[in-house]
Design a protein around this ligand. Sequence first.
Ligand code: BTN
Length: 243
Amino acid sequence: MEFDDIFLKTVDSTQEYAKKNAAKFNNSKITCISAETQTKGKGRFNREWLSPENDNLNITFYFQLKSKCLHLVSIAHVLALSLTKVLRDNNLDPKIKWPNDVMLNNKKLAGMLCEIQTKNELADVFLGIGINVNANEEFLNKIDQKATSLKVETKKDWDKKEFLKNLKEAFYNNLKLFNEKGFEPFHEKFENLLLYKGEKITFFDGQKEYKGILHSISSEGKLNLYMPDKEMLSFAAGDILYK
Ligand code: BTN
């Protein structure tokens, strides 16, 4: 699998662009759509994702996997891990806030949005990632949660092109392994980078809030929440609201 690259100046959302144009993409490759600016960037749970002009990386990877691919719902965890590799190679110390927010110093650096459309034997995967690269404090203050950028953390400008090249390489290698073996080979690494492990959290599954202890991550990538009544609940989707 190689990459086909599409560079856009401005688009509503790379995610929407990918879904509209998927039929034209080469299915034996990974299509990497990146945009300098998005006018209607989307986050998880229909939240807004802000993309200041030229400063950040706004990307959607489109590719196909077998619908029966093991642990398909955890594919975004694999992209998060690929990003942590690039960050660690740059001497940074990232953590992952389940399901796949990549954090630096307890602040959000990047988020992933995964949309999967299953058609018979194959699944279309639209895997979006937004990374705050050169965004400044003024922009970050507009975000409704604690956020940071590479520039703010390291006090220097980053080469977005080089960063994307490294991310693509890391993701390509991980995707090959995921395709063969599912999430299991990534499980330990993921759990080691997990933020709030063993701590009391408030969790939202899209409908209801739960208060419990973030116990662990299952070998498929689910979050195991240990409840006060000693029951263990397991979630494939949702969000940690606070701890
Ligand atoms: C989240 O943390 O809620 C997920 C954010 C995902 C943002 C990226 S930016 C590129 C792609 N296009 C979008 O509209 N969203 C994703």
